[in-house]
Design a binder for this molecule. Structure first.
Ligand code: IMP
Length: 189
């Protein structure tokens, strides 16, 4: 059975080790700064936030509690990917989307944008519901790994291209509950 153990300087999860990278205080300060930006952009527009489970629960909670003046709604979806029978290949389905999107301003909340494949698929799926606008807000963004042209409108923190865990981000299901962000220790370094 996998075990997670932690001391102050290192965390072990499965066969990997992680070191502290961004403190919980630093992360929450960055999310609060982002909340100001999002609040300014959407004041009076009653946006619909769409959190992508499982990882975005932490970001969604911290972001929304930092802008209580903004009239808004939030819902959560899960992304299911499968290989479609058509030539389009990978098909992404959003599970749990019951809200009407027509004429709504939609903001997708992601824990992390890496290659951008996931948000690209989510945006394609959302656009079929004809929202007034769709934008992405993410807790973490890895610019060096990003492979798309879609603008990532709202970013709390940009990070280097390394695997990270904590604050909703997992390593094979574990470590979402670690405070702050922890970065993998490169065994080849
Ligand atoms: P993308 O499609 O490559 O942008 O990856 C997005 C998804 O991959 C995220 O929603 C995460 O679930 C996962 N992911 C990407 N990078 C990391 C990481 O460093 N730690 C944990 N999960 C990650």
């Amino acid at each position: 059975m996998p075990e997670t153990s932690s001391d102050r300087t290192k965390v072990r999860s499965h066969d990997k080790e992680f070191a502290p990278f961004i403190s919980a205080e630093e992360l929450d300060a960055a999310i609060k700064r982002l909340a100001l930006e999002v609040r300014t952009a959407y004041m009076g527009k009653r946006p619909l936030f769409v959190g992508v489970l499982n990882g975005a629960y932490y970001f969604a909670a911290r972001l929304l509690e930092a802008m209580p003046e903004l009239e808004c709604e939030i819902t959560f979806v899960k992304v299911a990917s499968y290989i479609g029978t058509s030539s389009s290949g990978n098909v992404t389905q959003l599970i749990g989307l019951h809200e009407r999107m027509e004429e709504r301003h939609v903001v997708v909340l992601e824990d992390i944008v890496d290659t951008g494949n996931t948000v690209a698929h989510i945006l394609d799926a959302l656009k079929e519901h004809h929202p007034a606008s769709v934008a992405i807000a993410t807790m973490l963004f890895k610019p060096e790994a990003y492979r798309h042209d879609l603008p990532i409108a709202h970013v709390a923190l940009r990070i280097p291209n390394a695997f990270v865990i904590g604050s909703g981000l997992d390593h094979d299901g574990l470590c979402r509950n670690l405070p702050g962000i922890w970065r993998i220790i490169d065994e080849h370094a």
